[in-house]
Write a protein of this length. Structure first.
Length: 255
């Protein structure tokens, strides 16, 4: 038996001490003695979930669990790979304006200067998250990635920054002047119905992290699910992932 999972950081297992063993996808697979196929990524969008479904041979999987994410997220193809982008990265937490290579972000409700070379040197700082190196993670490779990250040079950050500057104006204009919640809710319905149509003959469950999704998902991962409390994010903790797993198991259509 093989189970297909996709979503964002909630399904990826962000902030868990040992996400490869503690995330709900692993717990569910342990229950069914199944092989886990989890391609969720932090910052992932519903569009990314749809693209992944279309690019996979779903006959290879016995069950599918999809976790729909924030409706304002999207992705675009640039620099040879897919870039994940969101309103939060571009407007709320990202660079609000540019001036002589400086970054400006929000702190305590005020715009403050944040030199980009003093922040984490990865693509997520500049435009979202890149899928250039995304692949299924082997636990043996995790430490290798950490070591490689520590040795990353400022030159890499400079390259990312220059690339970001080419895209930044478009996405800031998009989120400030074009995107709105009505559009996002409409797109959420489009993706949901695509998922349901593609999975109509296969056991599946659709989750969401939207507080008020526009579509009738099977389970909302809301604030009732215990979270990690950190300054960075607030993802489900180990107990939270256990609850999500139990909620999935309540779905009789999966059995």
């Amino acid at each position: 038996m093989k189970i297909y999972f996709d979503g964002c950081s909630f399904t990826y297992g962000s902030e868990l001490k040992d996400r490869l063993k503690s995330r709900y996808s692993r717990l569910l697979c342990d229950h069914f003695d199944a092989e886990e196929y989890n391609i969720a990524r932090g910052g992932g969008s519903n569009r990314r979930i749809a693209r992944n479904l279309l690019e996979h041979d779903l006959s290879q999987y016995d069950m599918v669990v999809l976790q729909m994410t924030k409706r304002q997220r999207t992705e675009y193809y640039s620099y040879g790979h897919w870039q994940r982008v969101s309103w939060a990265k571009v407007v709320k937490f990202g660079m609000l304006s540019r001036n002589q290579g400086k970054m400006y972000s929000m702190k305590d409700g005020k715009v403050v200067e944040t030199p980009y070379n003093n922040r984490k040197q990865n693509s997520s700082v500049f435009w979202g998250r890149s899928e250039k190196n995304d692949k299924l993670e082997d636990p043996k490779e995790v430490q290798h990635k950490v070591d490689k990250w520590k040795n990353k040079s400022l030159t890499d950050a400079d390259t990312n920054y220059k690339r970001y500057m080419k895209d930044r104006d478009y996405w800031e204009t998009y989120y400030r002047e074009i995107y709105n919640d009505h559009y996002g809710r409409s797109e959420e319905k489009i993706f949901y119905n695509l998922f349901k149509g593609m999975l109509k003959d296969k056991p599946h469950m659709i989750l969401s992290i939207e507080a008020e999704p526009e579509v009738p998902v099977d389970f909302i991962i809301g604030r009732n699910v215990p979270r990690v409390r950190s300054k960075h994010d607030s993802h489900p903790n180990e107990e939270g992932h256990q609850i999500i797993c139990q909620e999935i198991l309540k779905n009789e259509n999966l059995l």
